[in-house]
Design a protein around this ligand. Structure first.
Ligand SMILES: *Cc1c(COP(=O)(O)O)cnc(C)c1O
Length: 499
C-alpha cells in the first residue's frame, strides 16, 4: 500500500484517505506518497485508446490504493462529465504547430484549471470521511483571490456531509470572478466579501483555522474544518493524470513516438500544477524539461537559476493574477524529493523562510533541480504581445496566464536551442480574463467604456469563439450572496453561520 508521510517529519504512514481528510499535517508539513509506482512505456501507450476517465483510473489507482476500484471510478465519473466539462475529451490537446501543443485545462464549469482537481476533491473527501469513520461534517474554508473560490464552490455545492464558506476581497477580484461567486447556488454554500485585500482575507481565514477555542466548540457540534487549497494531496493527485493524458494524445496524433521525451511549459504560482507533472515523471513519464513560467512575481525564476529563494521583494499585481504569489507552498514537496527526503533539511529551510524571508539550497540540490526544470518570466507588455502574436499566427486565443507560458517557452528555445516537442499547459479560458485579452487583441480604445460582460460578447464576436456557458449571462443571474464584512468580523460570521 502507498503510505503518506509529512515533508517535515513526525506524521508518517498515513493512508491516502487520512491524508486527504487532514489536508495539512499538524506540524505544518505537506503529505507526500512514500513511493511512486512505476508505469511502463507499454502501459502509457495503452492509454492512447482510453477516455480521459479511464486514463484517470489507471493513474489514480497507483496513489489512492486504499480506495476500491469501484470507489475511484465513482469519484472520477461524477467529476469528469460532459455536463460539467464542455469538451468530450475533458482536457483536450490542441496542436498549435509541429513542435508546440496546447493542453487546455479550462473546459470545466468555472473556466480555469482548478476545476480539474476541485471537481473531484469533494468526492474523494466524502469517501475519505466514510473510510476513516469520520462522523463530523466537514466545513471547507477558502480565502480566494479569484479562481479557487469559484472552483471550490462548484465542486462542493450540495455535496453531502460538507459545507463551504468562501471569503474574497470585496474590491480585489474582477467583475466576472465576483459574479461567478455571488450567484452561486447550493444549500451548503456561503460567499462573503471582505473589506480588505487578499492578504487580509487569507490572514483572517488562517486565524479561524487555528482558533483552538472555536475548533473545540465546533467539535461539540460535530463540525470540522478542512482545506481545498493545493497543499491538500487530494487536490494535487488528480493533476498528475493530465500529464499522462497529454503524452498519450501526443502519441495518438503522431507528434511523437512512444518513449520519446517531451517538454512541458507550465504557468506557475503555488507550484502545484508543475509539481504534479514532475510526479508524473517520477512514475516514468518521459519528460526532458519542465519549463517553469512566472510573471513579474518571479521568485521561482530566481530560485531555479540560483538556488536562493528570496521573498524580500514587493508583491506586484499583474494581469495574470492567479500567479501573483511570493510563497509557493508546493515547492516544499519538490525540495523533499530533491534532498533525498530529508525532512530535517526541509523544516530548516521553511523556518528560515518564515523567520528571515529567504533560504539557500546546496549546490548538489540545485544541480538536480536544474536537470529537471528551466525557469523564466514574462512582463506585462511581453504577455500582451504574445496574446496578439499567437492570435495573428494561429487564430488561437490565449488567456494571460497561458500567454506567460508561451512567452517563456519562446525564451527557452532561444536560450537553449532545444527543439524537443513541447506541450504548453493552458490554465484559463481567455474569456475569464477578457479585459486584458481584448486589450491585447483590439487595443485600449476599442474596449474603453465597456463592462467586462460586454467584452465577453465583443471577444466572441470578433474571434468566433463561443462564450463558455459558465460565464454567459452572469450579470443577469440572481445574486444570492451579498454579505460583506469587516476583516476582523470574519470569525464572528463563521460562528453565526455554523454554531
Ligand atoms: C491557480 C492558477 C495558476 C497557478 O497554478 P499553481 O498550481 O498554483 O502553480 C495558473 N493559472 C491559473 C489561471 C490559475 O488559476
Amino acid at each position: 500500500m502507498v503510505l503518506y508521510d509529512s515533508t517535515r517529519g513526525g506524521c508518517e504512514g498515513l493512508t491516502s484517505a487520512e491524508a486527504i481528510k487532514q489536508g495539512i499535517s499538524p506540524n505544518g508539513g505537506l503529505y507526500v506518497p512514500r513511493f511512486f509506482e512505476q508505469i511502463s512505456f507499454e502501459e502509457i501507450e495503452a492509454l492512447t485508446d482510453k477516455t480521459y476517465n479511464e486514463r484517470a483510473v489507471e493513474i489514480l489507482k497507483r496513489f489512492l490504493d486504499d480506495f476500491t476500484a469501484e470507489e475511484l471510478e465513482d469519484c472520477i465519473n461524477q467529476a469528469y462529465t460532459t455536463e460539467k466539462f464542455n469538451s468530450k475529451d475533458i482536457a483536450p490537446l490542441v496542436k498549435l504547430n509541429d513542435s508546440l501543443g496546447i493542453l487546455e485545462l479550462w473546459h470545466g464549469p468555472t473556466c480555469a484549471f482548478k476545476d480539474m482537481a476541485l471537481q473531484i476533491l469533494p468526492h474523494f473527501m466524502v469517501k475519505a470521511m466514510k473510510k476513516t469513520g469520520e462522523e463530523s461534517e466537514i466545513v471547507i474554508l477558502v480565502a480566494t483571490s479569484g479562481d479557487t473560490g469559484k472552483a471550490a464552490l462548484e465542486g462542493f455545492a450540495d455535496v453531502e456531509g460538507t459545507r463551504i464558506i468562501v471569503f474574497y476581497p470585496a474590491e480585489g477580484v474582477s467583475e466576472v470572478q465576483k459574479y461567478q461567486m455571488i450567484t452561486q447556488t447550493g444549500n451548503n454554500v456561503k460567499v462573503v466579501g471582505v473589506e480588505g485585500n487578499f492578504d487580509d482575507t487569507q490572514t483572517g481565514v488562517k486565524r479561524i483555522f487555528t482558533d483552538r477555542e472555536l475548533i473545540e466548540r465546533m467539535e461539540e457540534r460535530k463540525l470540522k474544518f478542512s482545506s481545498a487549497n493545493s497543499i491538500n494531496w487530494g487536490r494535487l493527485v488528480p493533476q498528475i493524470v493530465y500529464y499522462f493524458s497529454a503524452y498519450a494524445d501526443m502519441i495518438k496524433s503522431g507528434a511523437i513516438k512512444s518513449g520519446e521525451k517531451i517538454n512541458f511549459v507550465v504557468p506557475t504560482g503555488n507550484f502545484g500544477n508543475i509539481l504534479a507533472g514532475f510526479y508524473a515523471k517520477m512514475m516514468g513519464l518521459p519528460v526532458n524539461k519542465f519549463i517553469c513560467a512566472s510573471n513579474e512575481n518571479n521568485v521561482l525564476t530566481d530560485f531555479i537559476r540560483t538556488g536562493v529563494y528570496d521573498i524580500r521583494r514587493d508583491f506586484i499585481k499583474t494581469i495574470s493574477p492567479s500567479m501573483d504569489i511570493l510563497i509557493s507552498s508546493n515547492l516544499e514537496r519538490l525540495l523533499y524529493e530533491m534532498s533525498g527526503r530529508d525532512s530535517e533539511k526541509v523544516s530548516g529551510w521553511m523556518k528560515e523562510l518564515s523567520e528571515n524571508g529567504y533560504y539557500k539550497v546546496d549546490y548538489k540540490i540545485l544541480e538536480k533541480i536544474q536537470e529537471n526544470f528551466w525557469a523564466g518570466w514574462s512582463n506585462e507588455d511581453e504577455t500582451l504581445k504574445t496574446i496578439e502574436c499567437i492570435y495573428d499566427d494561429y487564430k488561437y486565443v490565449s488567456d494571460t496566464h497561458t500567454a506567460v507560458g508561451i512567452d517563456v517557452y519562446d525564451k527557452y528555445v532561444i536560450t537553449t536551442g532545444d527543439l524537443t516537442p513541447t506541450v504548453a499547459v493552458s490554465t484559463a479560458s481567455p474569456f475569464k480574463f477578457n479585459d486584458s485579452v481584448c486589450t491585447a487583441l483590439f487595443g485600449k480604445n476599442e474596449i474603453a467604456g465597456r463592462t467586462e460582460f460586454e467584452l465577453l460578447e465583443l471577444l466572441s464576436e470578433k474571434t468566433g469563439w463561443e462564450v463558455p456557458s459558465g460565464l454567459k449571462d452572469l450579470d443577469k443571474k440572481e445574486i444570492r450572496h451579498n454579505t460583506v464584512c469587516e476583516k476582523d468580523k470574519m470569525k464572528a460570521l463563521v460562528e453565526n453561520s455554523l454554531l
